[in-house]
Write a protein that binds this ligand. Structure first.
Ligand code: MN
Length: 436
């Protein structure tokens, strides 16, 4: 709403075009109207404004949404990653894109909750590039009843509220929170790439079309949606690459600059608490000097942690394979910078020397992080392969695991990390000695 020559001026859409109209009356954002008036140059002088309700509203809204849909161009395939899984997920992603465009054109109040890491932040940059919304950080992997109640209080009274959860929200543990939103009449949409078991029509998740689909990161999915909604492809690709670099996904080739941006976002996110909005991240990314000094600080703290870990490493040899094991307990704290994966990678980078096959394992109280060099891969080792086989052979001890050939991780159940480490070392030894 703006004031225009002493009258209230509003923007109205029928889904095809937008019109300005002015009136003495006060109209709520997102209202569905029947309007009579005189068409002037660039605007309508309204003589009668009636707010539609009930069936009339429903019917009019559907007509406007149909108009929006017919005026949008939906590419028939993904722009950034055109493979089988994404082809299958594509119709669902296009529905999500349509919903977001409709929310924007219909003046809905949108709250975007993004996960506090590089993937979630990059995805939030993509979505806020196409729709105006409140964007707030969410550090937990879960969306619980408390979260839902807080969000109900925040936007429940606004115009046709719509909540978007990005990079979290599909896990079964979120059912209660999401159910509360629905009960409060708040629509929601989840864009996520974490494994889940219970299907929910409001969730866009690549696990619905392919197993082990976490490589299609939430930030990447958001970037595909943003392109369909009009974001410049290069800009969206840049954000998707940061997201993939942050979540160690190989679906897009990311370079050192992407890795640096992802590191800075992860570093910042681990230092700011819940409720942070995107402006803070945007400011850092736009100021080169600040960005560089934060990147340096983040990098130095990885180096310091790696030095502490190296002081504890224990080294053994199995045939041609050198194995280097170190505990990260007391060096890494959950949810804090630097993450165990980055410390392990740094130790591994310091240890590797040409010609030697090397396996590095960093362990916390719950997880084992695995790094291998090409020479170790040539002996037949695979981080992902070992993680998969231990998931099967020690099902009662292991919560999850996976990765790629040269990098992977296993998450042990509480109290069992030493047992799983023992089995991982035996398995690596068997493969290195060709003893199976
Ligand atoms: Mn993610």
């Amino acid at each position: 709403m703006r004031y225009h020559h002493g009258k209230r001026s509003y923007t109205l859409t029928d889904g095809k075009s937008e019109y300005e109209f002015y009136t003495d009356e006060s109209v709520e954002q997102g209202a569905c109207l029947s309007l009579q008036g005189e068409m002037g140059v660039g605007s309508i002088a309204a003589s009668r404004v009636a707010v539609l309700t009930g069936d009339k509203e429903k019917e009019a809204r559907e007509r406007v949404i149909a108009n929006i849909k017919s005026s949008m161009f939906f590419p028939d395939r993904p722009e950034l990653v055109d493979d089988d899984a994404m082809k299958k997920l594509w119709p669902r992603l296009m529905e999500a894109a349509l919903e977001i465009v409709c929310a924007k054109k219909l003046g809905r109040s949108v709250l975007l909750r993004f996960h506090g890491d590089a993937d979630g932040i990059a995805g939030a940059f993509a979505l806020t590039g196409i729709i105006n919304c409140k964007a707030l950080q969410h550090n937990s992997a879960m969306y619980g009843a408390r979260d839902a109640l807080r969000d109900m209080a925040m936007i429940g009274q606004e115009s046709r509220p719509f909540v978007i959860l990005l990079d979290f929200g599909s896990a079964d543990g979120c059912k209660e929170g999401l159910g509360l939103l629905s009960a409060a009449g708040i629509d929601y949409l989840v864009i996520d790439h974490h494994p889940y078991t219970t299907r929910n029509a409001r969730v866009v998740n690549p696990f619905s079309v392919a197993d082990g689909a976490s490589k299609y990161t939430a930030g990447y999915l958001a970037a595909e949606i943003a392109i369909t909604c009009g974001m410049d492809k290069e800009k969206a690709l840049g954000l998707a690459k940061i997201a993939c670099s942050g979540d160690k996904s190989s679906i897009l080739a990311s370079d050192e600059a992407d890795a640096k941006k992802a590191m800075v976002l992860d570093f910042l996110a681990s230092h700011v608490s819940f409720g942070n909005n995107l402006d803070f991240y945007r400011r850092v990314m736009e100021k080169n000097e600040l960005f560089d000094s934060i990147a340096q600080q983040a990098d130095e703290s990885i180096g310091e942690a790696a030095q502490k870990a190296i002081a504890r490493e224990k080294r053994t040899k199995e045939g041609q394979l050198e194995i280097c094991v170190f505990s990260l307990e007391g060096i890494h704290r959950k949810g804090e910078w630097p993450p165990s994966s980055k410390i392990t990678t740094r130790v591994f980078d310091n240890m590797r020397s040409a010609g030697n096959a090397l396996l590095c394992i960093g362990h916390t109280d719950r997880s084992l992080i695995i790094r291998l060099n090409d020479e170790a891969v040539a002996l037949g080792l695979s981080a992902n392969g070992m993680a998969e086989s231990i998931k099967k052979s020690m099902a009662d001890f292991v919560e999850g695991g996976g990765g790629h050939v040269k990098a992977g991780a296993i998450r042990a159940k509480k109290g069992f990390v030493k047992d799983v480490l023992g089995e991982l070392l035996r398995e690596a030894g068997r493969i290195a000695r060709k003893d199976y």
